[in-house]
Design a protein around this ligand. Sequence first.
Ligand code: ZN
Length: 473
Amino acid sequence: MIGRFSPPGRPLAALARPLLAVAAAAAVGGATAQAVQGGALFSPVAAGALTDPARLLRPAADVTLTPSAPVRLLTVVVPSTESAAQISRRYGVDMAAVRLLASARGTRHAQVSLAPASRERAPLWPRSVQPYRVRAGDTLAGIAARHGMRIVDVLGVNLERRSLDRVQIGEVLHLPTQERGVLIRIKAGQSALSLIAGYGADLAATARANGVLPTDMRIGDALLLPGVTAAGFQQQLLAQRVAEQRAAVAYDQQRRYERFLAQKQAQRRREQVAAVARQVQYERFLAWQQSAERQARIRAYEAQERFEAAQAAARQRAQEAARLAAARPPSPARAEGRATVQRASTGAVRLAWPMRTFRITSRYAERDIEFHRQVFHGGVDLAAPYGTPIYAATDGEVSRSGYGDYGLNVFVESGSSTLVYGHMSRTAVVAGQRVSQGQLLGYVGCSGICTGPHLHFEVRLDGRTVDPLALLP
Ligand SMILES: [Zn+2]
């Protein structure tokens, strides 16, 4: 049963004394407190009648007792050391509702009357404290300013808040519309009077602000304590905010440090991978240096040098013979000399360029070039874009077409000479096929050991490489 002042809005300053009297009565745990709490509809009494607090302890003409619902009685076993006050706090009833029964063999019983009112009505809430739904862009400070109050006034009626800053759209806050103070929900073991006393609030002002007699309030009711500020609570939230900001800074620093570490680690990993790759390359180079293939190539190169020296000597001799022949009448020796020159200079092979457009990037016999990682370069490298067609430099028969010494390569036999076309991206002929000069053999690529698309073009006469440029127009 809610005891409300009637008529509402009537000046209540006059009630201060009777209320104090009620509080005193409640403190001593008198039976009258129960009577008032148990269902008295409180009506204002004349100021003159307030001189005698005992008057309040008796039902007066202006106090109407409503018929109370049947009281529920509980008989409970309690520790022998527990007082009636402790039991009453535990059950949230007035001390008068607890009756200690005679103990039998060390076990004490108590009878607790549960007031029906405490189960019948909804928890009280002061009318002056209104809900406010948080909108987009709201802050606690903004809401307070807009309603003409301090943040601490907002905090006072929102003690369940955990932060000064975080408000979420749609969240419901409470705002005091009249009295500023602290809003507390009465918990088990508390009463409105104990809270008023504990916070040092004014009894009359509290009764006015809540619109109900403090003695009528029960556990679960919301009690507004006017004039009390939640400064301590605000301080606590401020301190928490500072701590949170510090934690955020520390977290950010930690994150940055971890990112820095990760970057350093990745850098070290890249360096290690690069070092391993260099080592592998170097070892491959060493292996190549010591390989039988390289030795064979060196021998071939030396043979080539001897061959070229012999060719040069032959040319010299032929020129010498021609000079002598020009100085002498014709003889069989002169005809023999001319034939030698012809064979030596052309090798009896007439070549056409294997591509229409290209750039010579490596010439025959270039030593120790990075590109081939070999001592002797047995052909010429003609660089051209990927997919540039490659044509047969001379007629012949395809002896190989597929992966070989120079990646995807094609070997064409022509009499005693072999022409090699290397590093193709695709071949257009098959082994055993006859090709004629200018016929499509394949396309420029970078297969095998290669750093950029080019054609490795090699000419072997009687198994020995010769400079293709010497045979090309
Ligand atoms: Zn090459």
